[in-house]
Design a protein around this ligand. Structure first.
Ligand code: SAM
Ligand code: DTB
Ligand code: SF4
Length: 332
């Protein structure tokens, strides 16, 4: 079994996989998906923007960057009680992971961070997997989050290291990798992926997948976002992502990282149920649910429930791996 999970992929090997005839690629990805995961199971994560807009970074895709006129106002950090009531609603709607996002360049050691730590504790106590995406972190901050009960940290590479400076100039690829390293060291699971549709080449996509799949340990989850073009950002006129590109990206990620959660992330409002079904077939096993991502629309819980029913999918329970491990310990 072990030889499928490799961290020594070469660019040439990845190129060959990515460029395989489409149906061949989907078949191969689906076979590995079946071998390593319960293919009927999809992790349902809910996102909440706990601090919106006014970000100092220049990420060319982002509605929350202060320097672009996108019509997104600045909202201060939410109150803990308000966040917990959103989390409870998400849990009641069947979501098992709750991800809190802040439009910060980096975490600072101040009262706001203390409040986020309290939110993490609170959501954890609800029995949900807690995830945060707060920008850059030091190792100490990562440890504080871990101590508060953080399960996962989302920090995307977004694109290849070569294309990075075309998209973001206010931080480096190295900065991103350093934060990911700090997250790993603190024992928090890593959620790291990217966006397609930024004007990158196929080569850039292959290189990003290479960086992800050759990390010392594969990310525990890999979100694949399709660019949601935002009026006022430099990428507002970018062409809509082709569904076949999304499928190719998901299938390649699944083959390279067979046991990782591959998340069909931003861009679902533009996809039909049939198109999303292809993505699940190609190995996607997680989605963001709820009618809003951070600031842009997403399919409603009702639409997703209907899709799950139609496709015979079921939501994955929270902390599945930990529960399995405990069960095996008790059995032994
Ligand atoms: N500020 C933190 C950071 O940059 O890490 C956390 C929030 S940030 C909005 C999280 C991720 O959302 C980005 O890394 C990017 O991959 C994704 N994202 C932002 N705007 C997007 C868009 N218009 N389309 C698709 N994905 C987007
Ligand atoms: C990720 O990879 N995608 C999510 C989550 N991680 C934080 C964010 C998508 C944001 C899309 C634009 C918005 O709604 O503001
Ligand atoms: Fe948007 Fe995050 Fe970049 Fe800020 S750091 S502009 S919130 S993607």
């Amino acid at each position: 079994m072990q030889q499928d999970i490799r961290t020594n992929w070469t660019i040439e090997e990845i190129k060959e996989i990515y460029n395989a005839p489409l149906l061949e690629l989907i078949f191969r990805a689906a076979s590995l998906h079946r071998k390593y995961n319960d293919t009927a199971e999809v992790q349902v994560c809910t996102l909440l923007s706990i601090k919106t807009g006014g970000c100092s970074e220049d990420c060319a895709y982002c509605p929350q960057a202060a320097r672009y006129d996108t019509g997104i106002g600045v909202q201060a950090l939410m109150k803990k009680e308000e966040v917990l009531s959103y989390a409870q609603k998400a849990k009641d709607a069947g979501s098992t992971r709750f991800c809190m996002g802040a439009a910060w360049r980096e975490v600072r050691d101040n009262k706001d961070f203390d409040r986020v730590l309290d939110m993490v504790k609170g959501v954890n106590e609800l029995g949900m997997e807690v995830c945060c995406t707060l920008g850059m972190l030091t190792e100490e901050q990562a440890r504080k989050l871990a101590d508060a009960g953080l399960h996962a940290y989302n920090h995307n590479l977004d694109t290849s290291s070569e294309h990075y400076s075309e998209i973001i100039t206010t931080r480096t690829y190295e900065d991103r990798l350093k934060t990911l390293d700090n997250v790993r060291k603190a024992g928090v699971t890593v959620c790291c992926g990217g966006i397609i549709g930024l004007g990158e080449t196929h080569e850039d996509r292959i290189k990003m997948l290479h960086t992800l799949s050759t990390m010392q340990k594969h990310p525990d989850s890999v979100p694949i976002n399709a660019l949601v073009p935002i009026k006022g950002t430099p990428l507002e006129h970018n062409r809509k992502v082709d569904i076949w590109d999304m499928v190719r990206m998901i299938a390649t990620a699944r083959i390279l990282m067979p046991a990782t959660m591959v998340r069909l992330s931003a861009g679902r409002t533009d996809m039909s149920v049939a198109e999303q079904a292809l993505c699940f077939m190609a190995g996607a096993n997680s989605i963001f649910a709820g009618d809003k991502l951070l600031t842009t629309p997403n399919p409603s819980f009702d639409e997703d429930n209907a899709m799950f029913e139609l496709l015979g999918l079921k939501p994955r329970v929270a902390f599945k791996e930990e529960k399995q491990y405990l069960h095996e310990m008790i059995e032994a």
